[in-house]
Design a protein. Structure first.
Ligand SMILES: [Ca+2]
Ligand SMILES: [Ca+2]
Ligand SMILES: [Ca+2]
Length: 125
């Protein structure tokens, strides 16, 4: 399968796990690659790029899917489906052992910015 040449975006792998890609029980999240199918699920308006809005929207939905008990926080167990304990610690800014939506979004949007090399607010394949 042809892979789009976006560098694997660390935080995006959290979300890709939720797209049901035969994910990471067997391999680390960092090795999940962005396939054209993933890309098109993120590129909702089919503009050929993933805008910040599209990315954030997708991540908010991902957070809700991960939050299986619906308390608006991700416990280590909930987040453990898609991230390693080390990643969890990075996202958990205040170190209280749970991820709020704010912590999660802040982390993933910083990741977006880091990969938006030309700083136009859109990730292109
Ligand atoms: Ca788009
Ligand atoms: Ca929860
Ligand atoms: Ca926290």
């Amino acid at each position: 399968m042809r892979h789009i040449t976006i560098k694997p975006i660390a935080a995006m792998t959290f979300a890709l796990a939720l797209l049901g890609t035969g994910y990471a029980q067997t391999r680390p999240a960092a090795q999940v690659e962005l396939t054209p199918e993933h890309f098109s699920q993120l590129d909702r308006n089919k503009s050929g790029g993933i805008s910040k809005d599209e990315y954030e929207q997708f991540m908010r939905e991902s957070f809700q899917k991960l939050d299986t008990d619906g308390d608006k926080r991700l416990s280590k167990a909930e987040a453990g489906v898609v991230m390693t304990p080390q990643q969890f610690a990075e996202v958990d800014k205040n170190g209280d052992g749970e991820l709020t939506l704010d912590e999660f979004i802040e982390h993933v949007m910083r990741d977006f910015d880091r990969h938006d090399y030309d700083k136009d607010g859109v990730l292109q394949p």
